[in-house]
Design a protein around this ligand. Structure first.
Ligand SMILES: [Cu+2]
Length: 409
């Protein structure tokens, strides 16, 4: 792997860090996993400057990114020149993702979902968030997590899950003729804008392989010289309207879950208490809300909390209580002899840990909910009064992001 190959992961880490969804500690962990020092990521030291920036898009690069996003302005990106080129072909723009990072609301859609261009035209895919643009020519999308057999241990052991390089790294060239595979990799923009030229008339489906089955798009390529049914400005207006609608929808549904009667049905559990429902993230339509709802649930000693992930299979989550112990990382490096380490999913996070009750001490973990094994709920009964903080190690660290509290009276 060369440093260039690492760019998508670094860009993704940078984007998450700037959106406040990755702590400095986690970002350093990613660097460590990639075998890099902190000096390879100067953006780690710019956050204070960013936080005090006034949101002027003109600051360029990344400096105004977060501030601009907070003011509802599109983040400043390195945008290739859009519109007509000297040879008469055009460069268009499609936006992948977006949403309202500070509210932990992500649009899992392409804007526009379908675009009509002519042969010879190119599309700049402006990727906002953890997404890729994947043209598969009819092949099935690869899973974004894959098992690798344990080779080093005598007993074999369960397979380790790693981030699939087929999804995370770019493949294919800068043009697409309807055959083969072209993948942007999981990247976020400015350093390496993903621009793809379409050479051949046809209708081409593509996906974000991190957010299947909902995040799909289509490019219709006409013969060169055909009249266009819509202009870029029309698509931009649609993108803005649709994004705003999706954010609104995410807020409305979140408010419903937030305000729902926390006592599910009052029916006694095996331990005699009642069950309180918490939604652990949901996907509705093409909006993905990465929050625990309600964020604080108040129960009596002896009662049970049941978390339900309502975003499967698009987005998995984990419910983790640290009980005073150190934070756990979702991604950990596997050292490889003579090569850079691979990013694997921490088995401590992926597998359930602990029993059916929790007294606030030690580590308790749901394991991956909404993942390949189909499990979407997790229950814990609390016997001891206190306030217990938990978080999702995929989408937060203990200081920020997807966090909740259980208050036991
Ligand atoms: Cu999560």
């Amino acid at each position: 792997m060369t440093t260039g190959d690492l760019a998508p992961i670094l860009n993704e880490a940078k984007a998450r860090y700037r959106a406040g969804r990755l702590s400095r500690r986690q970002a350093l962990g990613v660097l460590g996993a990639l075998g890099l020092s902190a000096s390879a990521a100067p953006w780690l030291f710019e956050r204070d400057a960013t936080a005090t920036a006034t949101g002027k898009a003109a600051t360029g690069g990344h400096a105004g990114h977060i501030a601009a996003a907070q003011e509802g302005a599109p983040p400043p990106m390195a945008t290739p020149q859009l519109g007509e080129r000297a040879d008469g072909s055009r460069v268009w723009r499609v936006i992948a993702g977006g949403g309202s990072p500070e509210e932990l609301i992500e649009a899992v859609a392409f804007f526009p979902g379908e675009i009509t261009i002519n042969a010879g035209d190119a599309i700049f895919f402006e990727i906002r968030g953890p997404h890729n643009v994947h043209f598969l020519s009819g092949q099935e999308a690869p899973p974004f997590v894959v098992p690798v057999p344990q080779t080093g241990t005598p007993a074999g052991g369960p397979p380790t899950l790693i981030l699939n390089p087929e999804v995370f790294f770019p493949t294919g060239g800068t043009s697409y003729d309807g055959t083969g595979v072209v993948n942007s990799g999981v990247a976020l923009g400015p350093a390496e804008p993903f621009v793809l030229t379409f050479t051949t008339p046809g209708s081409y489906d593509y996906v974000c392989s991190l957010h299947l089955p909902v995040m799909r798009g289509k490019v219709v390529v006409q013969e060169a010289g055909s009249p266009y049914p819509a202009e870029q400005a029309d698509y931009d207006r649609m993108a803005e309207e649709q994004t705003a609608l999706l954010i609104e929808r995410g807020r409305a549904t979140a408010a419903e879950y937030e305000g729902a009667d926390p006592v599910a049905d009052g029916s006694p559990t095996a331990t005699g208490g009642r069950v309180h429902e918490v939604t652990a993230g949901f996907v509705e339509d093409q909006v993905d809300v990465l929050r625990f709802l309600p964020e604080q649930v108040t129960i009596r000693a002896g009662e049970t909390v049941r978390w339900t992930v309502r975003s499967a299979p698009v987005t998995p989550h984990v419910v983790t209580f640290l009980g005073g112990g150190p934070a756990v990382e979702f991604l950990v490096p596997i050292e490889a002899a003579g090569g850079p380490p691979t990013l694997s999913l921490n088995p401590e996070v992926v597998a359930p840990v602990g029993g059916a009750t929790y007294d606030g001490r030690g580590f308790a973990n749901s394991g991956l909910l909404g993942g390949p094994d189909g499990e979407v709920t997790y229950e814990l009964t609390f016997q001891t009064p206190g306030t217990y903080r938990y978080y999702c190690p995929i989408h937060a660290d203990p200081e920020g992001g997807m966090i909740g509290d259980v208050i036991v009276e």
